[in-house]
Design a protein. Structure first.
Length: 201
């Protein structure tokens, strides 16, 4: 009698696994970006002499408390008032306020040129020690700006999804990415650390 009960239990468990697998195959989980929720307060002030890192944020990095933030002009967009997708002009305002930038491209693209003090963090790095260190240093209550190559590049969206899953509420993506930033003549630097203007304004 106990053998029949065990067989029935295993049959029910097996049937449940088959039904679950079929359901997942027919209705795959769709992960999408969420627009930023309204957040009270202002973004942090620019941190003086932030250390530069290509692979991850330094463990000692910390966000500036909202009480230490500078108050921008009333007509200037803030991280709390901007949506998920932003242009380079809005990103430059956040850059000037000290918001942390993440470069979601691959290492060779980052080395060739990136926004000054932007940290390299792409979706393939998640689950690695470099990403774990970066996640410890980032503050989910503070805004973050992510960029990639713009256009058809989805790397920044992939990183944004992962950050939102980790609890980040103020994620911004530069819609046209690094090319637009550079085209507008905003500051850029290479892996060698030489900062320059991006290009013609």
């Amino acid at each position: 009698m106990p053998l029949v009960l065990v067989q029935r239990s295993l049959a029910i468990i097996g049937l449940g696994c088959i039904i679950g697998a079929a359901d997942s195959w027919l209705r795959p989980t769709v992960i999408t970006l969420k627009d930023n929720a309204p957040v009270a307060g202002q973004p942090p002030a620019r941190e003086p002499e932030r250390p530069h890192a290509a692979q991850s944020l330094p463990a000692e990095a910390k966000a500036v408390a909202p009480s230490e933030a500078t108050t921008p002009a009333s007509n200037t967009p803030t991280a709390a008032t901007l949506g998920l997708m932003i242009d380079s002009r809005a990103a430059k305002t956040l850059f000037d306020m000290g918001v942390i930038f993440l470069d979601a491209r691959i290492q060779p693209e980052y080395d060739a040129g990136h926004i000054p003090q932007a940290y390299l963090l792409n979706s393939t790095m998640f689950g690695t020690p470099a990403a774990d260190e970066a996640m410890k240093a980032l503050d989910a209550s503070q805004p973050v700006v992510i960029y990639c190559g713009g256009g058809d590049c989805d790397a920044s969206k992939n990183v944004a999804i992962l950050l939102q899953q980790a609890g980040f509420k103020q994620v911004h993506i530069i819609e046209k990415g690094y090319p637009e930033w550079k085209e507008l003549g905003y500051p850029i630097e290479t892996a060698a650390g030489k900062a320059s203007a991006g290009g013609a304004k």
